[in-house]
Each structure stands twice: as C-alpha cells, then as structure tokens.
Design a protein around this ligand. Structure first.
Ligand SMILES: Cc1ncc(COP(=O)(O)O)c(C=O)c1O
Length: 402
C-alpha cells in the first residue's frame, strides 16, 4: 500500500457526495428521484457569454495568459466593484480556476500550521477542508435558527478574546442557509474586529447577485472601509452567470496577498483557461435584465418552497434572502434516545436516507455543514418539481408518524 501524506489524510471526502451518488444510482435504475441536492443553477449559461468564448477560440486566443488572469478581466472586475462604491485596482484582483481555487490559494498563503481560523456554522463544506490542507485549525462558532444562522457580534468577541485567532471566514449570502448579512450587521461585526487588528477576514460573496432584497448583497469592505487592508473578498462566475462548469472565479484583496496568491498559482495551475476568461469579460458586460429575470425566478421559487416546507408539521423554516438554498430545521424528527417506532430518527443522516428511500427525494443533511438537525434543499429547479418534492417529504413524514 502506498502511504498517503498526513495532509490529505486530514481531509474527509465530502459527505454530501455519498448521498448525491446514491440518488444518481437510484435514478439510473429508473427510480423517479427528485433531487434537492444540486449546488448549481438550473439555467443555461447566457448565449452572449458562450458566443464570446467561441469567438475567442476562433480568433486563436488559446495560449497562456498571465498566471493571475487577463489584464482586461482584472480591470473589468475592479470596475464592477467600483460601481458598488468600493475602490479596487486591477492589481488587487486575481482571476482563478473557480471561486474554490481563490479560497484555496488564500488559505495557503495566509495561514501557517496550527493557526486558528473562525468559521460560523452552518458552513460551506470546503472551508474546514481547505484549512486542514493548509495545516491551519478551524474553530467552529455556533449560530441559531432564531438568529437566522448569522454570527452574532458577542459570539465573535467571545471567540476572539478566548484564544489567539488569525482569521475569520464569512459567507453572505450563505451556502447552505441562504441568509445574508445586512450592512448594519456587517458593521457590527466590523466594530468587534476593530479591537483585533491582526485578524484577517475571508468574505465569500459567491452568491451576492442572487440576492432578493436589492440587486446585490452588501459588500463587507464597502460598508466597513476601515477593514480594507485585511479583507479578502471572493466571488466568481459560477452561480451568478450559471457558469459552474467553466471554472472561473476571483479574489480581491491587499496587493501583497494577491501577489502571493499569484505566485502560488503560477507554480500550480497557472492561468484559468484563456477563452473562458474572454467569456467572463462578456459576462461582466451583460445586460442586467438577464440577471434580474433569473433572480426573480429564484425568488418565486424561494417563496414557493418556504411556504410548502412550513406546511409540514414539525418543520421550522427561516426565510432565506439569497442564494438558492433553504435550510429548514427538522430537529423535531430527530432524537437518538428514541426509536423510529416512536416517531424519531437517530440522526439527520438516517432522516436523509429515509427521505431518499421512502419519499424518493434527495436532500443534504445539516451535519455535512456542521449543523445537525437541519437539511439543505436547493431549489434550482422547476416550480412543479419543488411542489411535488416537498409534498413527497410531507406525505412520507406523516405516514412515518402515523
Ligand atoms: C459558498 C461557496 N463558495 C465558493 C464556491 C465555489 O464556487 P466555484 O468554485 O464553482 O466558483 C461555492 C460553490 O459551491 C460555494 O457554494
């Protein structure tokens, strides 16, 4: 047996993959499964973006670009942020192979072995994994459903006062909960951070244009400019422009960090695919009407799924304000001290399995996101499927409880 590095052994394969793989296998057997598992929009990439990438290929734009991205694209991203009242220069931007690589590069260049980084739960699964790969140590902070799963300033302060902390990762709008920090809430967190000037903040805004209360969700640096100089902002094209397979993202941050991330990238992947970057340039020129239409569709589906979930006895579902996920609380159905005959599942994995087998519905258990008791449902699908899927859950649970 070949011995694997300790580094990779610290990283568990995604628990969400197991359930998705099982749902896929059942579908392949011809079983009619409705999957709320997807982490991507169901829309196609807008035609204009595809055409721009095809044209780039036809024009021979198929060679290496600078490792940190095309100068035009870095400038276009900076311009895009300037439109949101934030001063960004092109050399404060790095273009990466998906938002995931931007986050990975950042954790590699920012954190040393043993350094502690705060992550509020529920969290996106890759944050702890990437910190482990950097040798750093995730410190998980709890949030509550009543508090919309957002980090409270007092909890942040308590954690920062307790031990030496190097960083904080925030995601807004959030995967998996869809909740979004308001400008005021971000300012309240910034006021706490003001007392801890060595803490860097990784602000994941991957879903900021899939936000229902305005065209774009508040940006941390725009609303708390005093944090500029120690915030890295992450964004990308996957979710906003339905370009998940294209693999293109970016980070914005202090020059020296962006430069270090560029050095890492130049020794690992090099540039993101050349013609994909030309497609992204077109995405940033796209008429806002296309995004507005998609946002409206997601908002309608959000209303539909929240209403449907709230109609299930025992389920409590907060109203998300962004992304395309809901995170209803199913903890009324979970109690390891009781049996299924009494109407309880041992944990959320067992509940998820029950829903897959008995309701023919795939969902992701909250424990995957550090928040057992909840379930993540993606509503990036047709209205009819949403209705049918939630009805199946409701029927199966009613039958289960007799
Ligand atoms: C919160 C969050 N951040 C980052 C990413 C990475 O996106 P991508 O690498 O597809 O650009 C995702 C994708 O699922 C996400 O949900």
């Amino acid at each position: 047996m070949i011995r694997l590095s300790k580094r990779i052994q610290r990283v568990a394969p995604s628990p969400t993959l197991a359930i998705t793989a099982r749902a896929k296998a059942m579908k392949a057997e011809g079983i009619d499964i409705i999957s709320f598992g997807a982490g991507e929009p169901d829309f196609d990439t807008p035609e204009e973006i595809c055409e721009a990438a095809k044209t780039a290929i036809d024009e021979g734009k198929t060679r290496y670009t600078p490792a940190s991205g095309l100068a035009e694209l870095r400038t276009a991203v900076a311009d895009d942020y300037r439109r949101r009242n934030r001063e960004v220069e092109a050399d404060e931007v790095i273009i990466t192979v998906g938002g995931k690589q931007a986050l990975f590069n950042a954790t590699q260049v920012l954190f040393d072995a043993g350094e502690k980084v705060l992550i509020p739960a529920p969290f996106w699964v890759s944050y702890p994994a990437q910190l482990h790969l950097a040798g750093a140590e995730p410190v998980i902070l709890s949030t509550t459903r009543e508090g919309d799963y957002k980090l409270q300033p007092s909890v942040l302060r308590g954690a920062l006062e307790k031990e030496e902390i190097r960083g904080l990762i925030l995601c807004s709008p959030s995967n998996p909960t869809g909740s979004t920090y308001s400008a005021e809430e971000l300012q309240d967190l910034a006021a706490v951070l003001a007392d801890f000037p060595d803490v860097v903040v990784m602000y994941d805004a991957m879903y900021d244009r899939l936000y229902f209360d305005a065209e774009v969700a508040p940006d941390l640096v725009a609303v708390a400019p005093e944090l500029d100089g120690r915030v890295l902002t992450f964004n990308g094209f996957s979710k906003t422009y339905s370009m998940t397979g294209w693999r293109l993202g970016y980070a914005i941050g202090p020059r020296e960090v962006i430069k270090a991330m560029g050095t890492l990238q130049s020794q690992s992947t090099s540039n993101a695919t050349s013609f994909v970057q030309y497609g992204a340039l077109e995405a940033l020129r796209l008429d806002d009407a296309i995004l507005a239409e998609r946002r409206a569709a997601f908002q309608r589906r959000r209303d539909l799924i929240v209403d449907a979930l709230r109609s299930i006895d025992g389920v409590r579902c907060p109203m998300p304000s962004g992304a395309f996920y809901v995170f209803p609380d199913f903890s009324e159905f979970i109690d390891p001290a009781k049996s299924e005959e009494e109407g309880y599942f041992a944990d959320d994995l067992r509940l998820t399995e029950f829903l897959l087998v008995d309701a023919k519905v795939a969902v992701v258990p909250g424990s995957a996101f550090g928040a057992p008791g909840g379930l993540r449902l993606s509503y990036a699908m047709e209205d009819e499927q949403i209705r049918e899927g939630v009805q199946r859950i409701k029927d199966a649970l009613e039958k289960f409880r007799g």
